[in-house]
Design a protein around this ligand. Structure first.
Ligand code: NAD
Length: 367
């Protein structure tokens, strides 16, 4: 949370952009406004040492400009580390459009946003995120080449979710290997929270691998559908965090590992697709470590989606995207080893390894 300054006389107390915790040395922040279409957007370019800043555009009904700014800074910084740890030659960036995507979004607004992206001449490359669609990316493509995640019909890589799910499955298997001594999931009890685009495909991989899968979702119809399709059990208890499972896989929303839930968790592995699963990375990461619960860093194991859109930039094919996604297994194991050797949380280990890659490239670039 950022400090809210409500009266003009208090404004001098913080630096609204450079003083924010999430600012974290962003290279560039672009505020985009267009009166005619009602566009209000912010593009955050965190770091371009490894390559152009790639990250999706989120359209969300933020309650304040503060909230939007804080969100774009946090997400854009996250993209830097996600791409770095995954070995992609990409920097980190993200964009937010303020507004309700179901009510406020118009084709003209999206086109205008595309023009802003174009004005950055490739320093920022956009993609789909919450509140934007493949169709929006196709529209943006009409005014700029600096967009990924366009439809297959238009020569793009299409929906990234199946590749994301495959990467999560790889990270989850690596965590099982480290924690249980084998990545054979036969008979392992796995709870998947959220069976949307990613969760459903993950359930498919898990059931095929012989895991005993329990699913939970706020969408009852999907529960019935996915449960029947893959023979997964539907969670019926009153407190899913205390469920008696080996692996907990958060695939719905962030911050589910928090002060209220952390002491209930019986699972020995946490590995899922959701972004920002730890409400407080330092505090909750450390508690998990002390409790002997192995946490597979979310920003690494859910990187299949970005690997898939990266294919559009460098021109590799689906098979290569899957091969790179499969490598999440090895990187996850490396992170666990690094964390153990350095007595740090797995989250911190992933961050350090990502930062090392950026620092090394910076040194090479300055030679
Ligand atoms: P989605 O919207 O398709 O699915 C989310 C599912 O979670 C829905 O079925 C929804 O009903 C359910 N849900 C929402 N609130 C819930 C709650 N409180 N309890 C249980 N279920 C709840 O999203 P997705 O594309 O499958 O992505 C899942 C997560 O993975 C998100 O956090 C997303 O940010 C992250 N992620 C997705 C991708 C990708 O390629 N789609 C890539 C990286 C990260």
């Amino acid at each position: 949370m950022i400090t809210e300054i409500t009266t003009a006389k208090d404004l001098h107390k913080i630096d609204p952009v450079f003083g924010q915790v999430s600012f974290d040395n962003h290279e560039q922040i672009v505020f985009c406004h267009d009166k005619d279409t009602g566009l209000k957007a912010i593009i955050g370019i965190h770091n371009t040492v490894l390559g152009p800043a790639l990250g999706g555009t989120r359209m969300w009904n933020y309650t304040s400009e503060w909230e939007a700014l804080n969100d774009v800074l946090r997400l854009s910084r996250g993209m830097t580390y996600k791409s770095a740890i995954t070995g992609l030659n990409l920097g980190g960036g993200k964009a937010v459009i303020m507004g309700d995507s179901k009510i406020d979004k118009t084709p003209e607004m999206i086109t205008k946003f595309g023009e802003y992206v174009n004005s950055l001449s490739g320093r920022y490359i956009t993609a789909e995120d919450v509140g934007t669609t493949t169709a929006d990316m196709d529209r943006i493509r009409e005014v700029t080449p600096h967009v990924t995640g366009i439809s297959v019909e238009k020569g793009g890589s299409g929906n990234p979710s199946p590749v994301t799910a495959y990467g999560v499955f790889m990270g989850l298997k690596a965590a099982a290997k480290y924690q249980f001594g084998t990545d054979n999931l036969q008979g392992k009890k796995v709870l998947v929270q959220g069976i949307g685009h990613v969760g459903e495909t993950l359930v498919e991989h898990l059931t095929k691998a012989g895991a005993i899968v329990t699913i939970t979702d706020i969408n009852e119809a999907r529960l019935q559908e996915v449960g029947a399709k893959f023979g997964a059990k539907i969670y019926t208890g009153s407190d899913l965090y205390s469920a008696d499972v080996d692996i907990y896989s958060p695939c719905a929303l962030g911050a589910t590992i928090n002060d209220d839930t952390i002491n209930k968790i019986k699972a020995k592995v946490i590995a899922g697709a959701a972004n920002n699963q730890l409400a407080n990375e330092q505090v909750h990461g450390k508690i998990l470590m002390e409790k002997g619960i192995l946490y597979a860093p979310d920003f690494l194991i859910n990187a299949g989606g970005i690997i898939n859109v990266y294919a559009e930039i460098v021109g590799y094919d689906t098979a290569e995207a899957l091969r790179r996604t499969e490598n999440i297994y090895n990187t996850t194991l490396e992170i666990f080893d690094f964390a153990k050797k350095n007595n740090m949380t797995t989250y911190q280990a992933a961050l350090n390894m990502a930062q090392n890659r950026i620092d090394e490239r910076k040194k090479e670039n300055s030679k």
